[in-house]
Design a protein around this ligand. Structure first.
Ligand SMILES: Cc1cc2nc3c(=O)[nH]c(=O)nc-3n(C[C@H](O)[C@H](O)[C@H](O)COP(=O)(O)OP(=O)(O)OC[C@H]3O[C@@H](n4cnc5c(N)ncnc54)[C@H](O)[C@@H]3O)c2cc1C
Length: 382
């Protein structure tokens, strides 16, 4: 590993996890990150990390800090649009049998991962403008005009991956769009230890706690919510919520008062192939996720771990073979979790009142393992 010249594109969850694992193996990868140092890590949204992702932090000896910066989730609750509880699932089976299921802000997770790397590892404000790849390595030209040779290029620049499009043509990856989306914000100084979702007809709201605050999401069909705008849409939803659910009213007020809240369009992406010679896609760049199952970051970390594990048993000459073994091990597993997220989306994102009523009734008979069948199998190692 020490002899390998490795480039990672993107200092997000996948890229930084991968860099940390490579460092542990004695490699010194170079990371380029589009954001400048001043703006890096400012998109502070919330993440639920399954043990699938969290256990990678154990491998990196970061679990103590991870636990300090996050909180354990005890329950997942599905409510009706007016705030009443429809179905509650205990997360005990995950927390007890597989490891802690925790809420952490993306900012904290990124700080934790980047703080464990040498300062010089990441070059900020730099992107890749050209990759020429051969069987023996890749020649990479950066946005600052510099060109370098690499034995391995790991593309981890997220769901819209501009670097992927340098080598992958448009028909080699496809987006899946729910045509729903919404705004993300925070309710400060709050403690909750349950994910709470409010499934309506043409509306969806979620409360996702992290340490000391709660992430809020409010959305619906893109055309409807964009037309109404955040303030009017939040006011409309508030009217439907019973007065006793104070946290919902507070959350909607906090979200409506947020300056330039992040608008998240719910689509995902899947690349048909993950590899071109010695260039590999990782994380959302390979297979991105809808938020519905809260599994994208966990899968990105799990994939980084599988990739570095396979690389640790290969050398420069057999790099492509190592990458093929990684894909064989990971691709189906990731795509199955993506299928779960899509299927959950079909249940959550409904427009008709009648269908929403039938769904709300039917959901009472579903177990969590039925709702996320493939993810449960993945956690269990099947
Ligand atoms: C609001 C929200 C809530 C979410 N909640 C959850 C959750 O609860 N649980 C969960 O598991 N997942 C969740 N996800 C999904 C999760 O964040 C992603 O699946 C995960 O971050 C993927 O990691 P990644 O490293 O592939 O991409 P990212 O973390 O998006 O990182 C990509 C990085 O590449 C950089 N970059 C972009 N373009 C370039 C370029 N051209 N050159 C260099 N660098 C570039 C970006 O600036 C960024 O730093 C959520 C996502 C959002 C938006």
């Amino acid at each position: 590993m020490q002899d390998l010249n490795i480039l990672i594109v993107g200092a997000g969850v996948a890229g930084l996890t991968c860099a940390n694992l490579l460092k542990k193996q004695g490699a010194t990868p170079k990371i380029v990150e589009k954001e400048k140092a001043e703006t890096f890590n400012t998109s502070g949204y919330m993440l639920g990390l399954l043990p699938l992702g969290g256990r990678v932090l154990t491998e990196l000896d970061l679990s103590e800090q991870y636990f300090e910066r996050s909180i354990e989730m005890a329950n997942y609750e599905i409510h009706t649009q007016n705030g009443e509880l429809n179905k509650a699932y205990s997360m005990d089976f995950i927390n007890k049998d597989y490891g802690s299921y925790r809420g952490i802000s993306r900012t904290e997770l990124i700080n934790l991962l980047i703080g464990n790397l040498d300062k010089k590892t990441v070059s900020f404000g730099v992107t890749v403008s050209q990759i020429v790849t051969t069987e023996n390595g890749s020649s990479v030209t950066f946005s600052n005009g510099q060109t370098d040779q690499f034995d391995l290029v790991i593309i981890a620049d997220g769901i819209h991956s501009p670097t992927r499009s340098l080598l992958w043509s448009k028909d080699e990856y496809e987006y899946y769009d729910t045509n729903w989306g919404g705004w993300v914000g925070w309710l400060d100084n709050q403690y909750l230890n349950a994910y709470k979702e409010y499934w309506g007809a043409s509306s969806f709201m979620g409360l996702y706690p992290v340490k000391d605050k709660v992430g809020i999401f409010l959305g619906g069909p893109n055309d409807l919510v964009q037309e109404q705008g955040l303030k009017d849409f939040a006011t409309k939803i508030k009217k439907e919520i019973l007065p006793e659910f104070a946290i919902l009213h507070q959350s909607l007020d906090a979200l409506a008062a947020t300056v330039n809240p992040f608008y998240w369009e719910f689509h995902d992406c899947r690349a048909k192939e993950w590899q071109k010679n010695n260039v590999i896609l990782l994380g959302d760049a390979a297979c991105g996720f809808l938020p519905t199952a809260g599994v994208g970051a966990s899968m990105a970390m799990d994939s980084a771990s599988a990739l570095v594990d396979e690389l640790s048993r290969t050398d420069k000459e057999h790099m492509e073979y190592g990458l093929k073994l990684y894909i064989k091990r990971q691709k189906k597993r990731v795509e199955k979790a993506q299928e779960d997220s899509r299927n959950l989306g079909k249940l959550m994102f409904v427009k008709s009142n009648l269908f929403a009523k039938i769904r709300d009734y039917a959901i009472r008979f579903y177990s969590i393992k039925q709702l996320a069948k493939n993810i449960s199998k993945t956690i269990e190692g099947n």
